[in-house]
Design a protein around this ligand. Sequence first.
Ligand SMILES: Cc1cc2nc3c(=O)[nH]c(=O)nc-3n(C[C@H](O)[C@H](O)[C@H](O)COP(=O)(O)OP(=O)(O)OC[C@H]3O[C@@H](n4cnc5c(N)ncnc54)[C@H](O)[C@@H]3O)c2cc1C
Length: 380
Amino acid sequence: MDFNLTEEHLMIRDAARDFAQTELLPGVIERDEKQVFPDELVKKMGELGFLGIMVDPKYGGSGMDTISYVLIMEELSKIDASASVIVSVNNSLVCYGIEKYGNEEQKQKYLTKLATGEYLGAFCLSEPEAGSDATSQRTTAIDMGDHYLLNGTKNWITNGGRSDVYLVIAQTDREKGHRGINAFIVEKGMPGFDIGPKEDKLGIRGSDTHTLQFNDVKVPKENRIGEDGFGFKFAMKTLSGGRIGIASQALGIASGAYELALKYSKERKAFGTEICNHQAIAFKLADMATEIEAARLLVMRSAYDKDQGNNYDMSSAMAKLYASKVAMEQTVEAVQIHGGNGFVKEYHVERLMRDAKITQIYEGTSEIQKIVISRGVLRD
Ligand SMILES: Cc1cc2nc3c(=O)[nH]c(=O)nc-3n(C[C@H](O)[C@H](O)[C@H](O)COP(=O)(O)OP(=O)(O)OC[C@H]3O[C@@H](n4cnc5c(N)ncnc54)[C@H](O)[C@@H]3O)c2cc1C
């Protein structure tokens, strides 16, 4: 067992750290306040290879491993979790979904553009009546011979207004239950595909979240991913890897808040000394450092499992469950260490605290992660 990062991993982490400090940090408060999607920054992240981190270079990707992915995600998330969720969805849901389960034509047509950042992608599973219970899909895709007719509503879709390619999960045969669900590649601009207004959110306000409407959208047969009825498995398998991305986002939010709190505690004086010299504050820092390191080990373990070809359903659920809890709890502590300054925007920790909450909700709530973990535990 080797806990050291390789030279290459260290270089990748430093490159992401440098990008986050020089490019993401300026303007992050304003983007959050005004809900501005970082178009230019997304373009730059594409040029750096951050939008197709694990994709095979033959499809335009960076050909890196999952460890590299989580290192990049942690560094971006320390500064701007809105930017990192764009990266996470494009990489672990859209690119991975097409690379792993799509056919060669789909890879040539879509993946090559998604991996370079020419296209952006969205993953569309959630519906007004089907969130945690993803088997209750109301969106239908009826087989019409040479195409499918898509009808329904998807909500909460990240990159919803900005994407070119949408992976849409829909029910083809209701009698077959979840075995009658399919996944489709839908392009922006297909007739009958409408994008609703942007959500006004508590956190990750720079990300782009929309409801999508499909009214008699004709989706070509060749845009179905995998065999007929593969859609639910496709969604579950893809989300399993997605959880590694969100776990590393949570880790980054927590460690970003911790670094700010540590620095502040060494500068701010109260009762004649820096506040870090008060044991109550020093113990908070000790708890933060310990829990963040534990979260990092779980995140790395799940990335390792994926890279080794091990099953990572359990380890990714554990990583997401724990890292998101640490992110929520420790960003609250970071605000506390900042006192009144923690409550205003310019010190960044209030934003990180608001951003932390979503990591306990999307790509499976914490309750759903516990269902996944307990099933695994009881099966063993
Ligand atoms: C900002 C944002 C971005 C998102 N991005 C995307 C995206 O890109 N694509 C996408 O498809 N979806 C996306 N989502 C949707 C997200 O994945 C869902 O919100 C989430 O899965 C929860 O579903 P729900 O909101 O319907 O809550 P519900 O399923 O209604 O759950 C409500 C509460 O009940 C609990 N609960 C439900 N079932 C059980 C159970 N069996 N046991 C115990 N507790 C249970 C939940 O944990 C939760 O606490 C996003 C959501 C947000 C807010």
